[in-house]
Design a protein around this ligand. Structure first.
Ligand code: SF4
Ligand code: SF4
Length: 525
């Protein structure tokens, strides 16, 4: 067993090392063919051919060998900038060249060892990381860290050096993915053979690559969760569920739809989490696809208006946050070792409520502006540019908050930073869960020994023990119903239930809280 464990770890780290170093193993050579491929069908707003403009400008780069992406990207960007500068200064926007081909130009200019052996390197890296990781967890066996409290002594899971290094690496990755994706072109090259499984015509861009990396992380760490919670039916169910929805609904089905020339949508992606849902260009595009496009567009609206309230009424927000959602799925699998890092203070709870409902208001206003702008055909609504507000939302919330902070901060602030402080869909479901739902966690206070396992493992920063000690039901808006508090309780105090609403909020006649002792006079009468 020890030998297999060591072999699987070696394979995993060898594959990871090769994958990371592949970013520096490519060389780049811009050819006339690549310029023609990318630009021959592109035209400025005034109708001039990109190819005719850019071919002479790019001449100094043609057939020059670059040994790193830094030099290549820097020279290419400088040429485009130099050409655009006088046009921008003169306000001649119709002639300005859009700089949106950098990722594919860099990728298609890749040459050398990595480009020649992409299929073999890709097979070794992806299979090595997947199988090495899975095998390691299979032979290591169950690891119930919460009872052993090992998480508090590990540098990785208790904000030690390893945790800070991992967090910094993740933050760096997200910044590059969102704002400088061209530097990831060698990884896109490695993802190409996988994309070709779905369609011969397509190729991997940064979003396909990210989708696949996301699936791999969830599969490996999902297996770890299944082993860790072997015999626990609820944890097994929801882990299999998030793995299934990520792999099939978020990754495979959109690829199949795309290969069939249909809209490549994730049918479980709902507004306001999918903040571009009502974007004018998107609506036009969905309608342009005809039958399937229109059906999928209205499916999303029905899900938001009927499905979300109905399911949240019956099951609380766990039906989405802990069983279906990709963000929740990553948090529950890859983010599991960091769940105890969530801040349980009253101050954090206050900040959480302000932030999450502010994001909900922000996305609602932004969407309203976008829809009115699309309907009226004018970008400005009451003097406000809908495009500008959308850009600010996309940058601050869509990229920085949900990606860079939401996942990059796992080892620093716990695994549900985004779900707790930022997700507008969680805010919407939270309101329903708090006021009109059958879901609650019941607590058998007499059995509680105040060990604190439940509070320590609550990823949403809920001080579960506080409720358990009082025998008070938990009906908090933020609870994602992961059930870990219940699973780690040595006394069987906590139970996740969907039952009739009557008696769901069981205020006690005397409440002993942090602020002191309160008498609930209505109940005493
Ligand atoms: S509810 Fe269970 S896990 Fe939480 S403090 Fe009480 S005995 Fe411990
Ligand atoms: S209270 Fe329990 S079920 Fe709810 S989020 Fe916290 S650990 Fe999960």
């Amino acid at each position: 067993m020890r030998a297999i464990r060591n072999i699987s770890l070696t394979v995993f780290f060898a594959a990871l090392l090769l994958f990371l170093s592949s970013l520096f193993l490519s060389s780049y050579r811009l050819s006339d063919q690549v310029i023609a491929e990318r630009f021959s069908v592109m035209y400025t707003a005034s109708g001039k051919s990109y190819y005719e403009i850019l071919r002479p400008q790019l001449e100094p780069m043609v057939n020059v060998e670059y040994h790193s992406s830094f030099g290549f990207i820097s020279d290419y960007s400088a040429i485009i900038k130099k050409y655009n500068e006088p046009l921008i200064a003169a306000g001649n926007w119709d002639e300005v060249i859009k700089d949106d081909q950098l990722v594919m130009i860099t990728k298609h200019s890749s040459s050398g060892w990595l480009a020649d052996h992409a299929v073999y390197v890709s097979t070794f890296c992806f299979l090595g990381m997947l199988l090495g990781g899975i095998l390691y967890f299979l032979v290591t066996g169950p690891a119930n860290e919460y009872r052993r409290r090992a998480v508090w002594f590990s540098s990785l899971s208790n904000r030690g050096v390893a945790g800070i290094v991992l967090g910094s690496g993740l933050i760096l990755f997200y910044i590059i993915l969102y704002f400088f994706p061209a530097y990831l072109s060698p990884w896109m090259l490695l993802a190409d053979p996988l994309r070709h499984w779905f369609t011969d015509k397509g190729e991997a861009d940064q979003w396909f690559l990210y989708g696949w990396m996301y699936c791999m992380a969830m599969l490996v760490m999902g297996i770890r969760m299944l082993i860790k919670w072997k015999g626990n039916r609820y944890q097994t169910f929801r882990t299999v569920s998030v793995m299934f929805f990520q792999l099939c609904f978020a990754f495979i089905i959109p690829e199949i739809l795309s290969a069939l020339n249909q809209p490549a949508v994730d049918v479980k992606h709902i507004w306001p989490l999918h903040y571009n849902y009502f974007d004018g260009a998107r609506i036009d595009q969905m309608y342009a696809f005809g039958g399937i496009g229109i059906t999928l567009f209205w499916w999303g609206i029905a899900l938001f208006l009927i499905g979300v309230p109905l399911f949240t009424y019956f099951y609380g927000k766990r039906w989405y946050c802990s069983w279906i959602c990709g963000c929740g799925g990553l948090a529950e699998t890859a983010g599991d070792p960091f769940r105890h890092l969530s801040d349980k203070s009253q101050k954090a709870w206050k900040i959480e409520r302000w932030m999450i409902y502010s994001v909900l208001v922000f996305v609602s206003v932004m969407t309203l502006l976008v829809v009115v702008a699309w309907y009226s055909g004018k970008d400005e609504v009451m003097g406000i540019s809908s495009g500008f507000i959308k850009m600010i939302y996309g940058f601050l919330i869509g990229s920085i908050f949900s990606g860079v902070v939401g996942t990059g901060f796992y080892p620093l602030m716990g695994n549900r930073v985004w779900c707790r402080f930022g997700c507008p869909l969680a805010a919407y479901m939270g309101i329903i869960q708090r006021f009109k739902s059958r879901f609650r966690i019941t607590t058998n206070g007499g059995q509680c020994i105040s060990c604190g396992n439940c509070s320590a493992s609550c990823e949403m920063g809920i001080d579960v023990r506080w409720y358990a000690q009082r025998g008070q039901n938990i009906v908090r808006a933020s609870c994602v119903g992961c059930g870990i508090c219940s699973s780690v309780c040595p006394r069987g105090v906590l139970k996740l239930e969907n039952a009739p609403e009557a008696g769901r909020i069981n205020n006690d006649p005397i409440l002993i809280g942090r602020e002191g002792v309160k008498m609930n006079t209505d109940l005493i009468k």
